[in-house]
Design a protein around this ligand. Sequence first.
Ligand code: MN
Length: 322
Amino acid sequence: MRISKEQAAAMLLAMDDILILAHENPDGDAVGSACALCRALRSIGKNAWIHLESISRTDAFMAEGLTASDDFAPRHLVAVDTADAKILGVGGTDYDKQCKIELNIDHHISNAFFAENTCLDTDAAAAAEAVFDVLKLMKIPLTRDIAECLYVGIATDTGCFRFANTTAKTLRTAADLADAGIDLANINRLQFETKSKEYAAFEKMAIASMRTYFDGKCAMIVATNEMFTQSGVTDGETQVLSSVPRQIEGVYVGITMKEKKKGLFRISVRTNEPADASAIAQHLGGGGHKMAAGCSFEGSQEDAVRTILRYTEEELKKIGLL
Ligand SMILES: [Mn+2]
């Protein structure tokens, strides 16, 4: 069932012993939304914890002290920033089988309504923006630590307020977060301007692999398993790479393929108007937003490249660019 933010707020106020989940390979919005919600629930006396599959080095500060131990038996499961049950980050647990996801707060247009109740705001630039609204309805005071988590979520999904999903409301929300006393410059520097040495080595190899197709309308990076091994980079840190192919002048479809393990590719699609990233990813069972989507592919690198190029070609033809 699709529910309003008011209903989501009422549901959360009635819950206790809550576990918060997010999508696998969680980005700043998934981690930020989960941690903000967890901290907010704790601030009104609830027993709340998070379970995230992995947390990147830069996101770790948000999750400090929030990760559930294995013996925590939640009475209520809540998800954030998760469009589909099959990408829910429950690796190594059976949380999703123990009890159903009672509430999902999300902003993906591709949301499959897998939870019992879905609070979906597709105008929200980030799940964190929707979480902010729900917390406000719950009348939970915006402390600095909650605001930091929400800010990371919103800044991540808007590319620091540069992407087309940034609305006046997004900026007003960010202003309220700034009012809570967060150190904007420092968070931005740590989150978006700092690279580990491992990532720098990885990025050099990955960018060297970039090729263009269809008269420069598509650019693709293939980051192989060897590049991960050689550089020692963690997967979470490589998320920023996805925006690189699209940055090239004339590119409408930017693709970043990462070989998670031999023969398994995670594909990020980033587009410029009017190309639709979600339409491309959907062919491979993925989804996301118009400008940013993802999917997976199992098989050889050649097949992965050939397949994604076929759907890219289809999209470029559909919008009259080929
Ligand atoms: Mn998000």
